[in-house]
Design a protein around this ligand. Structure first.
Ligand code: HEM
Length: 392
């Protein structure tokens, strides 16, 4: 198995443990990259100023460089360092914190009604609902939600090297249409006193003046939400199925569901790995890493490192001082962590309310093809599925 295959493997955690035991950081000659699996070294690399989010020679992947998706990609804080990272981050981070203080449960309930979501098949709603909640928070109308969610899914395909020509074509169209929609939203004279108004006032007050980058990073909010939060929801449904005893005699209260989601984020992360590109020779975990080298950081392996979390392979709701690397760390650490946990918890609660059988789900699932995401695709008994990849 390779660390890329591990992301969608039925149980990659024994493999990750072996990597950690061999060495927290090792060079994989077949893949031609460094693999970081220990908590300490993962944290050190994410904090290192010379370990960058993109290779210097290819700021935008060649496959999407000529098109609208590439234009957005190249402006995302997630994909930049220096001022192009810090300026949008200074505006977006407080916006996400403000969103977290809104009535997420109420917005989820409203969106579930608007989109007429039934609890039955999570495959659609686990993607559609989180993005629709973000879209509502930012000021899109209920009639725009379905379109915004679909366009976001189209756009995020550009982030995966596994996407084919047709998917990349849809990603460019999605990026162009989303840019127009955000442009229209921002062109309203009165942006109100809500999240959008605050975001725009913060933008105008700072020295950063780049309307295209602002729009790109607003689209980035949706793309960062889309797959990772869908995976968080999906992996929580799997955890319900795998640990029925933990729910016995318990009411799925908001606090309890929030504890499940937080532990799932650590135990079975929807984001299994991320990469860094070394700009200058440096020493890390006792190894010399050369400029131009690539490091694959196994966030999901670091979550299970006993140095970070005692008894790491147990699924424990009441962990004290849980260390979760699934949201990254250092300067690019996910600013949406609290909001994502809140949205995932409220979506699950709302759907449990509609469809209590979700808890006792008899799902089978495989994982969507990905090199870093762990996002289940569910099917009920009797539905056709590739038997080699289906788990239960
Ligand atoms: C409301 C949902 C979410 C929003 C709005 C959001 C937003 C963002 C943004 C804007 C960044 C870029 C930060 C930067 O480069 O400075 C980011 C990074 C990141 N996010 Fe999130 N995120 C969300 C959900 C999630 C979830 C559910 C996970 C995984 C459990 C996740 C994992 C990460 C990771 C690992 C990074 C850093 C990647 C790296 O450093 O290589 N995010 N997120």
């Amino acid at each position: 198995m390779t660390p890329f295959e591990a992301a969608t493997y039925v149980d990659p955690y024994g493999y990750y443990a072996r990597l950690r035991h061999q060495r927290g950081l090792s060079f994989d000659a077949n893949l031609g990259l460094w693999i970081a699996s220990g908590a300490c070294v993962v944290e050190a690399i994410l904090a290192h100023p010379d370990c960058l989010v993109r290779p210097l020679h290819e700021p935008i992947p060649a496959a999407i460089a000529q098109g609208a998706a590439g234009d957005i990609f190249g402006r995302l804080m997630r994909m930049n360092e220096g001022a192009q990272h810090q300026c949008p981050r200074r505006v977006i981070e407080p916006t996400l914190a403000l969103m977290g203080t809104e009535n997420i449960a109420g917005i989820v309930a409203q969106v579930v009604e608007t989109l007429d979501v039934s609890g039955d098949n999570p495959n659609e709603w686990m993607f559609t609902l989180p993005v629709s909640v973000m879209a509502t928070l930012i000021g899109f109308t209920s009639s725009q939600l379905q379109e915004v969610a679909q366009l976001t899914r189209d756009f995020v395909a550009c982030l995966s090297p596994l996407s084919d020509e047709a998917q990349l074509g849809r990603a460019h169209c999605g990026a162009a249409r989303l840019s127009r929609m955000f442009g229209e939203l921002l062109s309203h004279g009165d942006k109100g006193s809500g999240v959008l108004g605050r975001l725009y006032r913060d933008y105008e007050a700072c020295a950063w003046k780049d309307d295209d980058a602002l729009v790109a990073n607003m689209i980035g909010l949706f793309s960062q939400t889309c797959e990772a939060t869908a995976g968080l929801i999906g992996n929580t449904l799997i955890a319900f199925q795998r640990n029925p005893d933990l729910f016995e005699n318990m009411q799925p209260t908001p606090t309890l569901v929030a504890e499940w989601v937080a532990e799932v984020a650590r135990y079975d992360s929807p984001v299994q790995n991320t990469r860094r590109f070394v700009a200058r020779r440096c020493t890390m975990g006792g190894s010399v890493i050369e400029a131009g080298d690539t490091i694959l950081l196994l966030l999901a392996a670091a979550n299970r490192d006993p140095f970070a979390n005692p008894d790491p392979d147990s699924f424990l709701l009441n962990r004290t001082q849980r260390r979760t690397f699934s949201f990254g760390s250092g300067r690019h650490q996910c600013p949406g962590q609290q909001l994502a946990l809140a949205i995932a918890s409220e979506v699950i609660l709302a759907l449990l309310h509609r469809q209590p059988a979700l808890l006792a789900g008899t799902y089978r699932w495989s994982y969507l093809p990905s090199l870093n995401g762990r996002i289940p695709q569910f099917c009920r008994d009797g539905e056709i599925q590739d038997s080699r990849r289906a788990h239960e």
